[in-house]
Design a protein around this ligand. Sequence first.
Ligand code: GLU
Length: 486
Amino acid sequence: MTVRVRLAPSPTGTLHIGTARTAVFNWLFARHHGGEFLLRIEDTDRERSRPEFTADILDGLAWLGLSWDAEPVIQSERIEDHRRAISQLLEAGLAYRCYASENELEQMRERQKASGSAPRHDNRHRHLSSEQEQAFIAEGREAVVRFRIDDGATIGWSDLVRGEMSWRGSDLGGDMVIARRAPADRIGDPLYNLVVVVDDAAMAISHVIRGEDHIANTAKQLLLYEALGLPLPVFAHTPLILNPEGRKLSKRDGVTSVGEFRAMGYSAEALVNYMTLLGWSPPEGMAERFTLPEAAAAFSFERVNRAGARFDWDKLNWLNAQVLHELPSADLRQALEPLWRSEGWEAPGEEGSGDGSREAWELALAELLGPSLITLKDGLEQARPFFERPTLDSGASQQLEADGATAALTALLERLQAGGSLSVEQAQALLSEAAKAAGVKKGVLMKSLRAALLGSLQGPDLITTWRLLHSSGEDRTRLMLAVAPA
Ligand code: GLU
């Protein structure tokens, strides 16, 4: 069998992390089997669907590296096929028009509530005579189309994640609406369960892989496949993503869309790696850090958990740090540059890429910060004191007031060239000489120098920091401010 899977997002919001994770599992399964990964934009909710959400979803999938194999199918363009399927069911007597008004349905629900019974449709118009039907039409009533669900039916399937599944027709809430309310000589807008079945069959989808919140829909959809005489796909229901407290991840948990993770400075590589681990465990001997192709080679539903997957920020951060630390400095610089530009920061140096160039300076900064980054955003915050003169934090102020600090920094200033290059050896020699001249330990001078340059006692390697700030003469300015604050 050729594997053909699909992601069927509704463009009613930005790309949600749950949808993206479903996309990951579909993609991995398709690639593992040399099959196809397809997209279908389920835009039939005309009020809530928007083209900018479609754009966000496609952009997010592309950013994550989840490439698809054909132009996305646009569900709204297939409405004639959906209507034809509904006519077929109506003609076969497997569906019928139901004229119950909103008001009547409301009363039915109230009664069910009062008697403590589960809400379900009571199938009241399943067997209308044509006289009754004509009478409703004469009253000007509109009708929905309902698909008959036999209470006695049992519906079973073998789920790739959850094993043998079984549902009773009586648990599906009564006859299901497959077309919205419309005048009785028309078929109203087709609804989700019907259109999904028609479209999955038309796209020759072999495996439907989606979140477990769709399990009850699958039971209903299986009845529709049977009624329409369509070949069945295999189903796999993936576990939900839970928040760290074990509840379904929701808007309230803060970040839920892929774009938000991206904006926070997570890399696509780490995020897809992490999403794969949300529900799938790699086989024995395979590390938790992997690329998409590596995961595709090893992927199977046997290692997808049934239990919900709790979101674990520490693991995502760990993975993101791994990715950033493995990045060559040139790539890291390229990733950081747009963030630095967005702050209006200009590196010192000449245009071009040689020695003393802006690019070389930025490369050195990327290399310096790289090992301590968890997200790219850290590469913005940690770079700040290299582009903007820092204000001193309390630790730095205290250090600069300590015995010998001013004398040592003054001694250093006296020996410091204005701008130009400063080698590691020169820097070390200057520190030794200045400390000696001021009669302080070299360590005291170094701590004071760090306080003066970065406004903090924390930060990356001091000598490299100093060399970077020296090239534009900025080190002198900061030292002068430290010894003689304005
Ligand atoms: N549009 C549906 C959703 O976004 C698709 C569900 C499915 O995969 O069938 O939930």
